[in-house]
Design a protein around this ligand. Sequence first.
Ligand code: ITT
Length: 198
Amino acid sequence: MQELTIATSNPHKVDEISAVLGPLGIRCIPLGRADIPEPEEDGATFEENARIKARAYASALGRVVLADDSGLEVDALGGAPGVHSARYAGIGATREERDRANNMKLLAALSNVPDAQRTARFVCVLSIARPDGRIVAESRGTFDGIIGRAPRGSNGFGYDPLLVLEDGRTSAELSPDEKNARSHRGNALRLILPQLRG
Ligand code: ITT
């Protein structure tokens, strides 16, 4: 069984990535160390931020790592919150509090926007780096929907309760397997796999 370190502070990402890669014989190792300073994600794109994280953690650990930069693009907001999705509202001591505040801010920003203009998508960029800083694989996946009028569902994390899919359910109403089968992260993982094998 191969091992791959998942360079993220977000346990939900580790769970989703492990659920896809585990059955394919890749054991995902969480960071598990609090002493590595989180790099500043000051890139203008998901690609730049994914590379920043992958390089920083690969160099600190001396191991090949996979990093994930992701977020929500809302068309009526010109693509915001985009790369700023994690700290859109800028408040909350815990991840759950930050997610709730982000969802409330997004609903308020869209309160006057009609349903037809509430199109949005999750984006996930995965980047794999070696300790010398070389990026050896990269992929991007997306997951389309519209932003609902109120949060629904208790699975997933982040903006999942607000992204309404074609079948009327939100991303937070999908089981973990259903989400991975359709999501930005699941799609990015399926695209990076052939590069991993190489
Ligand atoms: P790391 O940087 O340590 O990986 P993070 O959670 O801060 O953890 P990002 O900087 O990539 O990760 O921010 C991603 C944010 O985008 C995340 O906090 C959510 O608010 C949102 N997001 C990403 N993927 C999502 C998903 O699958 N479902 C719902 N929201 C998601």
